[in-house]
Design a protein around this ligand. Structure first.
Ligand code: ATP
Length: 388
């Protein structure tokens, strides 16, 4: 167990023409002892490169990696006391499960054979693969192989686990089971873990905290709920949450926001009145992006307030427990946004509906930088919890 610190970590690759590819730029994260940190972001954002630098499989261009205050970025991978679990499992096909799990310990420690045997048997039991120890990887299912790959990391009792999309080769049901199992395992072992995924659901459900990367740059490090309700910027707001947050480009005009598609305010098909507090939060920004989560868009009987808008139901996606309802403004049938309503609610495609966009639930981001100017009120989030 250890505290892992990344200080201004940067990785620059050189392409075939001598051009520079900045894969990771000035990433700083402090991972306390025993934390499960999920590194999440879209494909190519630098997640794997960051993990590979921590493991020692990739050199660091600048910055440092510290394990309990010891700088480790010059150490060989085998001298870092870090175990990595790969997406591909990377098992040796000619070795049995037991041999795969023992191999690292035999190479890197002086433990007697009998002790290694015991450790592997114990870990096999913990992971429910004790009866598979004499099989070869080709005789295992995907889920079983995944457990062996985990077991191989666990027997080494490292200071840190690194996991690179370890569940992505499993089917949806097994993935969800393994998610829970992995979390339980990590809690029991209490080993500092950095887990890479591009799947925001995995990040939300597994991480003590999540670190969101985009284009090599760290966007926010926060608990899942903080990232969801208090995103640092528009990127995080759009990346976390499914279906995504609805965004509207708006121009600030006194005490209202005017939707201005393509920057043409005169073509704006809806105006949104704002309170004094919101106006203050906007400061000098001239253009803002207004965001609202689908579950915060209410479908009401009739337009009663200035934040109620006439829409038409375009498409209804029944999800069972809830419906995703795609709406278009009556004044602009090209602009679709989504509301999530209860699964038993009857909403008909092609029918008119009134959408209420409550101000307390609205997020505002600067139109240029994307930085959050105002996030939704959390008190209201509690108040709008469904009644039980
Ligand atoms: P994915 O989810 O698709 O695996 P990722 O977030 O893990 O993506 P990385 O694999 O870390 O992303 O890649 C980050 C950037 O660095 C990408 O633009 C990638 O093309 C580039 N890159 C990665 N490895 C190399 C390399 N060896 N040489 C040159 N460029 C590289």
């Amino acid at each position: 167990m250890a505290r892992l610190q990344l200080d201004d970590l940067t990785k620059v690759f050189t392409d075939d023409d001598g051009g520079e590819i900045v894969a990771v730029e000035d990433v700083s994260v402090d991972v306390p002892d025993g934390e499960f940190l999920v590194l999440v972001g879209p494909s190519g954002c630098g997640k794997s490169t960051t993990l590979r630098m921590i493991a020692g499989l990739e050199t660091v261009t600048s910055g440092h990696i510290r394990l309990d205050d010891r700088v480790i970025d010059e150490r060989k991978p085998q001298d870092r006391d870090i175990a990595m679990v790969f997406q591909s499992y990377a098992l040796y096909p000619h070795m049995t499960v037991r041999e795969n799990m023992s191999f690292g310990l035999e190479e890197s420690t002086d433990l007697p054979d009998e002790e290694i045997r015991e450790l592997v048997t114990e870990t096999g039991e913990m992971l429910g693969i004790a009866e598979l120890l004499e099989r070869k990887p080709s005789e295992l299912s995907g889920g079983q192989r995944q457990r062996v790959a985990l077991g191989r990391a666990i027997v080494r009792d490292p200071e840190v686990f690194l996991m690179d999309e370890p569940l992505s080769n499993l089917d949806a049901k097994l993935r969800s089971e393994m998610r829970t199992e992995l979390q339980r395992l990590q809690e029991d072992l209490d080993t500092t873990t950095v887990y890479v995924t591009h799947d925001q659901t995995e990040a939300m459900t597994m991480g003590d905290r999540i670190a969101i990367l985009n284009d090599g740059k760290l966007q926010q490090v926060a608990t899942p709920l903080e990232a969801y309700h208090q995103p640092a910027n528009r990127f995080v707001a759009g990346f976390i949450g499914e279906p995504s947050m609805n965004f509207f480009e708006m121009e600030v005009q006194g005490d209202q926001l005017v939707h201005s598609p393509g920057g043409d305010a005169s073509a704006g098909e809806f105006t949104y009145p704002i309170s004094t507090d919101t106006r203050e939060a906007i400061g000098d920004s001239v253009r803002v992006t207004m965001g609202i989560r689908p579950e915060d868009v209410e479908i009401v009987g009739a337009a009663e307030q200035s934040r109620d808008f006439d829409t038409t139901v375009d498409v209804v996606e029944p999800m069972g427990d809830e419906n995703n309802v795609y709406l278009t403004f009556s004044t602009d049938s090209d602009r679709t946004f989504v509301a999530t309503v209860g699964g038993m609610r009857r909403v008909q495609e092609g029918q008119p509906a009134v959408a209420r966009l409550p101000e307390a639930a609205v997020h505002l981001f600067d139109g240029e930088s994307g930085e959050a100017l105002k996030n939704r009120s959390l008190e209201t989030a509690e108040m709008t919890e469904p009644e039980v």
